[in-house]
Design a binder for this molecule. Structure first.
Ligand code: ADP
Ligand code: MG
Length: 696
């Protein structure tokens, strides 16, 4: 057993390994690339590759792969061994700088939304030295970005890196205005809390819906759900505990700062929270975390469900994306300051986020849109589909006082001069933190709670970085021209609060009153994925992404196409699975049970005409009519499915899926779930909710 210290990062080619193993000059050049973004030249890459290979072989690696994040949302890898034939018939282990820097995977089987068809058939992967290489199993994994030869991004990493660059550039302009010339770069930081379910593998294998779709498509409510609220933070069962311990160890080896593990609200639901790091590393780490959760679960006879809504009637799973901005000198830009100047700077960055969230509600909403997440957003559990912001009472009061030029209630009656006066002290809300808000300020960071549990966090963070970069650039344009900086700053902050305060809501986001209130305020309520996704290509958004060199219009349209296609296919697969389950398992079970009941009734009758057979008769009658309904509803679903592809565009197909196919699925489920309550446990063909949720 190794100590945590020895384990931590032992499989990562991180800065300390580089420093101790690379020649001094090479390390210096690489560091420059890491911290300023200047490209690396091939001679240096050759040296790094050789050292990296030697390190990897010592750790038992035989292969290497460019590890990347295509639009499927999961990671991709193609393993090559280090083996190269030598003249004498033996082999040597080789790895060149060229192989480190660039790879050419066969790109044709990854979704590109038509990009490769119109441009260039091949794609290539390029080393991202800002995320460390690591060893998984016997393979050296090199984090890479994936692009087409025309330069279009084919992955989730490239736009994320572009957005971090954009934010850094604009934030530096603001910091210069505050005289912070020491800062060379601004990073966004992220800590992604991951929710998941664990169920028994033997039960899982008997449910085709879980196998094909990751969620239960049928299932009557069990007698006990989460109403007693006894699972959240409850004692962790030994089998789950063993899983968590092994998961922590594996994550630590990869340098992932797994920190907190606890039970969540629903039975069988748990959460893992890491300590935050820079956004691109946090993104890689979250992908690895999800992958390892699945792998390690199976070592414990468990299955890890990452779907947003594996079970109807109990909470679904999300991913809380804690986000902030941090300078390379280690200063958190969303930390309220101690001096007037620091406070002014804090308020300006805060205002940039407020304005960004208000003006780009649509982008934030669609960055978390998927068939699975539609069940959460809008259900009475996760944040609603309406984007708003929680700032807490104290901070909100301060902003109101600033806006109205009135004094903050706890001070004497003088107007506050931002940049001159000290902000009134406000305690960080820790007690009554608003758990219902989709975007909550939690003291020195924002917690974006809308992302679904299966999501790559690359998309939502790319949007966040870009929209905040945009507001910072507008602010910088204005303030750089100002002759009186403090006066211009005061005016800008007041105006931003006045024009965008509608996005601030500290109340309960789950109520119907909020839905009405939000409508009065003119906030968007994009309930479903087909409503949200088309706004990706809205003119203002195309302009935004082009201005900050994140996406061209072509890239936006291709991505929208991929996301819509994914939505349509998900609904189709779920429908087909339902139909198959009905035909192969559910109807046969009902028929078998009713036959048994009928036989029992006949047997009783043959004994005596007086024996009561009403239970058998009533059940047979009810089940027979439910079976007929099930058959009709399944046929309706099948014919709706056939109609999907007759609609001309992806947007129309997706809308049809939601309006018709989805509704047919719900109807079919309702009758099947009623039948489940009437059929004997012996006859019901797959494990029930009760067994799945309490099976460990
Ligand atoms: P909780 O939300 O459960 O009360 P915390 O507020 O301590 O827990 O942290 C939640 C997550 O936010 C953790 O992953 C933590 O590392 C992350 N976090 C804390 N500070 C920052 C920051 N400045 N930037 C990004 N994430 C942060
Ligand atoms: Mg949290």
């Amino acid at each position: 057993m190794h100590s945590v210290n020895e384990l931590f990062g032992s499989m990562v080619f991180n800065e300390s390994v580089m420093q101790s193993r690379l020649p001094k000059d090479t390390y210096k050049s690489l560091k420059k690339t890491l911290h300023t973004g200047v490209p690396l030249d091939l001679s240096i890459a050759n040296v790094i590759a050789t050292v990296m290979k030697e390190w990897a072989i010592e750790k038992g690696a035989t292969h290497y792969t460019h590890w990347f994040q295509p639009m499927t949302g999961i990671t991709a890898e193609k393993h090559d061994s280090f083996i190269t034939p030598a003249d004498d018939g033996a082999v040597i282990m080789e790895f060149s700088g060229k192989e480190l820097i660039k790879g050419e995977p066969d790109a044709s089987s990854f979704p590109s939304g038509g990009l490769r068809a119109t441009f260039e058939a091949r794609g290539y992967t390029a080393w991202d030295p800002t995320s460390y290489a690591f060893i998984k199993g016997k393979t050296l994994c090199i984090p890479t970005a994936f692009c087409s030869y025309g330069g279009e991004a084919l992955d989730k990493k490239t736009p994320l890196l572009r957005s971090m660059e954009a934010l850094s550039k604009q934030a530096l302009r603001i910091l210069r205005l505050f005289g912070r010339d020491d800062v060379k770069r601004v990073y966004t930081t992220v800590g992604a809390e991951q929710e998941y379910f664990l169920i028994d593998e033997k039960l899982y294998k008997r449910r085709k819906d879980l196998i094909y779709t990751g969620r239960t498509l049928f299932g009557a409510k069990p007698p006990k759900g989460q109403e007693l609220e006894d699972h959240y933070f409850g004692t962790i069962k030994p089998r789950v505990k063993a899983f968590m311990a092994e998961l922590d160890e594996e994550l630590w080896k990869l340098g992932i700062l797994a920190k907190t593990e606890h039970n969540e609200a629903a039975p069988a639901q748990h959460e893992l929270a890491p300590i935050y790091t820079t956004t691109n590393i946090a993104t890689d780490h979250n992908q690895l975390t999800m992958e390892l959760m699945k792998k390690i679960a199976s070592r414990h006879g468990l299955v890890c469900l990452l779907h947003e809504k594996p079970f109807a009637g109990v909470n679904g799973s999300g991913k809380h994306n804690n986000w902030s901005m941090c300078t390379d000198t280690g200063y958190n830009l969303l930390e309220p300051g101690k001096s007037p100047y620091e406070n002014a700077q804090f308020l300006l960055f805060l205002c940039a986020v407020i304005k960004a969230v208000d003006e780009y509600q649509d982008l934030l909403r669609l960055s978390v849109a998927s068939a699975g997440n539609d069940y959460r957003l809008g259900g009475n559990e996760a944040p609603p589909a309406i984007v708003s912001m929680f700032l807490g009472d104290e901070l909100t009061e301060i902003l109101e006082a600033i806006e109205s030029k009135s004094s903050y209630s706890k001070r004497e009656k003088v107007e506050m001069q931002i940049g001159v006066d000290v902000l009134p002290h406000f305690p960080k809300d820790t007690t009554d933190r608003n758990r219902t808000s989709p975007f909550a300020f939690t003291g020195n960071k924002f917690e974006f709670r809308m992302p679904g549990s299966t999501f790559s966090i690359a998309g939502p963070n790319m949007v966040l970085n870009t929209i905040v970069a945009e507001e910072l650039s507008q602010f910088a344009d204005l303030l750089e021209q100002a002759s009186d900086f403090t006066a211009a700053l005061n005016k800008l902050i007041r105006r931003t609060i006045r024009e965008h305060k509608r996005i601030i809501f500290n109340g309960n986001n789950y109520t119907d009153e909020w839905v009405e209130e939000a409508e009065r305020r003119g906030l968007l309520n994009l309930r479903t994925t087909p409503e949200a996704l088309p706004l990706f290509a809205a003119e203002k958004n195309v302009r935004l992404f082009a201005k900050h060199c994140i996406f061209t219009e072509t890239e936006i349209r291709s991505r929208m196409e991929i996301l819509l296609d994914n939505y349509i296919k998900t609904i189709q697969i779920e429908s087909l699975t339902m139909v198959e389950l009905v035909k192969k398992e559910i109807l046969p079970a009902i028929i078998a049970y009713t036959r048994e009941l009928s036989a029992a009734a006949l047997d009783k009758r043959s004994l005596s005409a007086e024996i009561d057979i009403s239970v058998e008769l009533d059940t047979v009658r009810r089940l027979s009519s439910l079976a007929a309904c099930i058959k009709t509803d399944a046929e309706k679903l099948e014919s709706a499915l056939v109609e999907v592809r007759t609609h001309p565009t992806a947007v129309e197909q997706a809308s049809f899926c939601r309006a018709t196919v989805f509704v047919a699925m719900q109807e079919l489920r309702t009758v099947v779930d009623e039948a489940e309550t009437l059929v004997s446990a012996k006859h019901w063909p797959f494990p029930t909710y009760g067994e799945l949720l309490y099976g460990i």
